[in-house]
Design a protein around this ligand. Structure first.
Ligand SMILES: Cc1cc2nc3c(=O)[nH]c(=O)nc-3n(C[C@H](O)[C@H](O)[C@H](O)COP(=O)(O)OP(=O)(O)OC[C@H]3O[C@@H](n4cnc5c(N)ncnc54)[C@H](O)[C@@H]3O)c2cc1C
Length: 375
């Protein structure tokens, strides 16, 4: 079987690795427009559940990655300077570059060919292989060549954000909400190496206009963010790596395959980071597509149909959670008027997935504090 994959991000690399490992005779090529060490972003978060998913597919990879990960068991929610600790969460983060390096090494060790600095201009390569995988991210050329066949829908959300880094190791995954000159701002920050953290800065649409961010260039936006987030940044500068301010963009496709072409990862569906990282979802898509191809053998259309049938309900559940979470963030300005404990409770309940019983079980210390306040 000849497989060509467009894009050597987490989705493309992990899919290539699983396919080659389970059947070494498969001829697999990944085509990547960038150089191997040319990446954007800082640290990516993987939940305990995501790691166990990865471990089910291949325990060796988790062992490999854990050596490079930072883990924490608390989440902190800070509202206008008041910190609420949510105990009982299990999350890890890894540098995106290190994750890609590890996946590249695994692929190379079993003979996956990766062609760097080659751009896929259109999906005509699909004619030269049995399976052509669009793993080329949110701006997928493969997907955009067949918008009707894939049933592509793109929605721009209202809030604005940018991914930065900061040379500061936070003790926990932290959400810092700040009111500044009538504007509503949120920083999502977590460490991914012993001395480095991701810092995602976000604001609602009204703040984008009233704070003047809309009229600034990205350099001015970074400098203004350093002033607004001076407290959680400890006065340190934000590190820029193609850190452009933009809207979140939700991409959906009603059909996940077309002829011998199939989509995975951000090319298929983007996610709001507040319900788990896009990296985790991308890797889970790779596992689902690999499992479907293993189950159906050379019957590609049956495998693609199985992939969508089995993975879509899980993705749909996350999508519904994401939509509720997005609505919560778009309304954060009014939420921020609450008492910090009510605010933290509201945040934890925002997706409809968490129940009061589960919070009692998983976050007993937070719940004791919350009940004492509510009584
Ligand atoms: C700027 C930015 C920063 C981010 N930072 C973080 C972060 O710090 N933490 C976090 O958890 N998540 C982050 N994310 C989200 C996360 O990176 C994605 O959800 C995740 O990487 C999806 O994996 P993927 O393999 O589907 O796509 P991607 O990681 O986007 O990989 C797609 C690959 O395809 C390649 N490609 C694209 N078009 C072509 C083409 N025509 N020909 C050949 N190759 C092509 C790209 O160069 C890229 O290597 C960030 C996203 C963006 C856009």
């Amino acid at each position: 079987m000849r497989i060509v994959i467009s894009g050597a991000g987490p989705a493309g690399l992990y899919f290539a690795y699983l396919m080659k490992k389970s059947q070494p005779s498969r001829d697999i090529t990944v085509i990547e427009q960038n150089a191997p060490d040319d990446t954007f972003g800082f640290g990516v978060v993987l939940s305990g559940r995501a790691l166990s998913f990865l471990s089910d597919a291949d325990p060796a990879i988790v062992e490999h990655l854990l050596k490079h990960m930072q883990t924490w068991s608390d989440q902190h929610i800070v509202l206008n300077g008041q910190r609420i600790v949510i105990d009982g969460s299990s999350y890890s983060a890894i540098s995106r570059l290190v994750l890609l390096e590890q996946l590249q090494k695994l692929c190379a060790s079993i003979g996956v060919k990766i062609d760097y600095r080659q751009r896929v201009g259109d999906p005509s390569l699909a004619r030269e292989c049995d399976v052509f995988v669009g793993a080329d991210g949110a701006n997928s050329i493969v997907r955009d060549a067949f918008p009707q066949a894939f049933g592509t829908e793109i929605v721009d959300l209202k809030n604005y954000f940018a991914w930065y880094g900061v040379k500061r190791p936070y003790p926990a995954h932290t959400l810092t909400f700040i009111e500044n000159n009538g504007g509503a701002f949120c920083g999502h920050h977590y460490r991914y190496t012993p001395d480095m953290s991701t810092f995602v800065a976000e604001m609602d649409a009204a703040t984008w206009r009233s704070s003047g961010f809309g009229a600034m260039n990205d350099d001015e936006r970074r400098k203004s963010s350093e002033v607004i987030f001076a407290e959680p940044l400890g006065g340190l500068p934000l590190v820029d790596n193609r850190s452009l301010w933009r809207h979140y963009r939700i991409i959906k496709n009603s059909r996940w395959h077309h002829e011998n072409i199939v989509l995975i990862g951000d090319a298929l569906r983007t996610a709001h980071p507040s319900i788990g990282s896009g990296t985790r979802l991308a890797i889970e898509d790779s596992i689902a597509l690999w499992r479907a191809l293993e189950a159906e053998g050379t019957d590609i259309s049956a495998a693609f149909a199985r992939y969508q049938r089995e993975r879509e309900p899980v993705r749909d559940k996350l999508n519904r959670a994401a939509e509720r979470s997005i609505a919560w963030y778009e309304d954060m300005r009014s939420k921020m008027q609450m008492h910090p404990l009510d605010f933290a409770w509201d945040y934890m309940m925002r997706t409809g997935i968490m129940t009061p019983e589960r919070l009692e079980r998983e976050c007993p210390q937070f719940m004791a504090q919350y009940r004492a306040h509510a009584d």
